[in-house]
Design a protein around this ligand. Sequence first.
Ligand code: NAP
Length: 512
Amino acid sequence: MQRNDQNKRGTNLRCIIIGAGMAGVLAAIRLKQRGNDNFVIYEKGDSIGGTWRENTYPGLSCDTPAHSYCYSFALNPDWSAYFAPGREIKAYFESVARRYGLYEHIVFGAEMASCTWSGNDWQVRTRDGRTDQGQVLVAATGVLHHPLIPELPGLRSFARPWFHSAHWDHSVPLDGKRIGVIGSGSTGVQLVSALARRASRLVHFQRSPQWIMPCPDITYTDEDKRRFGEDPARIQEVRDGPEAAARRARFTSAIIDVDSPELAEIQQIVEKNLEESIKDPLLRDKLRPTYRAACKRLVFSARFYDAVQQPAVYIEDTPIAGIEPTGVRMQNGEFHELDVLALATGFKVDQFTRPMKVYGQAGIDLDALWAARPRAYYAVTVPGFPNMCLLNGPTGPVGNFSLVDIAEHQWNYFDQLLDLLRDGECCGFAPTMAALEDYEARREIAAKRTVFASGCRSWYLDDRGIPQVWPWSWQHFVDVMSLPQLGDYDLVSPSTPSCGRSGQADHTGSIT
Ligand code: NAP
């Protein structure tokens, strides 16, 4: 499709964007860059940043190289480190939003309650009763934002401060305290690395150990930043240079083929890291996973193995029996008295747009379509939900990729579909159910062959144990996103009676 905005009939489409995190800000800027400033962003929080607003726990950083974790059109020479701290990433998104004049488009403190397709446009309502309407709905609602509070017996009886990693209580003192951290995913590893030298005792409750990928621990000097600023090609080198491209290709080859030499190489690296970094053989045994490297999301850390060998740190791998008012009881009867308990237990990952209600053509409820599990055609669009885009929706690429990069490709795909509206070729588009079924059937076959299905528990797996992921190469993702197949879409013709006029929809599906 050609990008020629001249002679377009409706370039200034009214767009409703939900969420002012990384993806919502991206969609807004991309619209503006096409001369489309008729949009509004509804944000439930009081500032932008999404996951980087919600997560503020000690040690929070992004384990994707910072120069890759930013928009392609807003490179940032000022990152303080190869893996930037969370607060810096939030500040980056805020500064980009400011630079592109987005603040005047954002309604803060506005949690979207419902979005209803009227037959012609999307009619939306916030929890506090505001209403709006637009031809286009962009659900940039994020993936990992509903904390998973585990069903641990007695958890709520704990009489001292406890909280989930995504709701960190910064009023609680940590220095010199007895701290418990439950969970050993990316979050738990970062928390333990940050707290090991601050706690008088730090008990890491580890249900499953993690393979740890060694990585550079690089901070950028003022001189480095100056050079990045003067020569953006240096930044491009980190993002897309031959080394970065080769790393990405190696990683995708590894995750999509359990028999690949690339996966064998990753396995070798993480095993060597464990053997060479951990001196005590008993501790080494505790930290050695029984599943294959990269089966769970691969954790990158330059500090974790040093942290767990600090005198204050104890790895507890006996199963938890329950939580008591002053600490955690293990199944072998041992008891750990604690001053603070942090839950790094992950997120409910099947939420996406939920709890917001979304009603599509003929009043179909997205919750009904997603009763078994969330599905979207190529992770972006949904049958029966015209002109609706999910950014970082179900089955998008996971693993150690930049979600910014992923969202940019997804937006590029959706933006080409928006051209159908801009050109007046249709007033609505949605993928056919047959296209979704075909995509899912092919995807599931491939997903079962990925390393994610090689025998471990992780948030990538759906209720059937099938990885809910993009199971093909990165290049295939880029290729698919580069050109929508219009044959897979139902188009609402501009000649249909409802096209071009607003309707009112109720939630039973009748359109008046
Ligand atoms: P996670 O990967 O889902 O890990 C949750 C941890 O909690 C696991 O170790 C799990 O054990 C444990 N757990 C859950 N329920 C438990 C229970 N009842 N008893 C004991 N242990 C329990 O969550 P996460 O670490 O928050 O990471 C989620 C995702 O967020 C990451 O995979 C990543 O995509 C993203 N993230 C990214 C970064 C980054 O630097 N880019 C940083 C943090 C998070 P099992 O393994 O045994 O299930």
